[in-house]
Design a protein around this ligand. Sequence first.
Ligand SMILES: [Zn+2]
Ligand SMILES: [Zn+2]
Length: 195
Amino acid sequence: MRANSIDDEIRLTVDAAVELANVVHGEPLPDLEPLEPLERLRAVLVDFEFLRARTAADAELGAFADRMVSIGRLISSLPDSDLADAVERINAQLEAAAIAPSLSAHDGFALHIHWTGPSTPFAHQVAVDLLMALAQTLCDHGTDRFGRCAADDCDRVFHDTTKNRSRRFCADPRCASRTHTAAHRARRGTDPDGT
Ligand SMILES: [Zn+2]
Ligand SMILES: [Zn+2]
């Protein structure tokens, strides 16, 4: 899952932000369901290579969970927002975040810019990473890439990176399959040939 370019890194960070939003809104993917809420967040963060999440104390994850409530609300609103509305919401969060960039060359990576300083608490560092990736995506793609799952009883949000914006379902494989089964049954039920 290592990013090869800035675009990849932004895409992956937005993917992470969307899954984290789904977790804080109580709609985790099936494999996360057995975990405690904080451990669900940790699992998604580790999966997306936020390395400090592996060893972050519960208090730090708790602080991040608190930050994630407002970011999650913002993300959940994006599928139904026009761009001006989304920009206003993200600017409010960016203003409150008081971002202070720094340079870093950690873990064998070449020197690169971080949006926060070396001693920034974990929760703030991750929250700012998510906000900056969301901000860049709004600049590049508007709100077009944010959608809500088309399955009947699913409110999960997804990040659509298909070329023709054809994605309809979230990352839960049950959503696509049960919707297709229901559609197939409905067609059989109304089709006079019974085919
Ligand atoms: Zn870095
Ligand atoms: Zn779904």
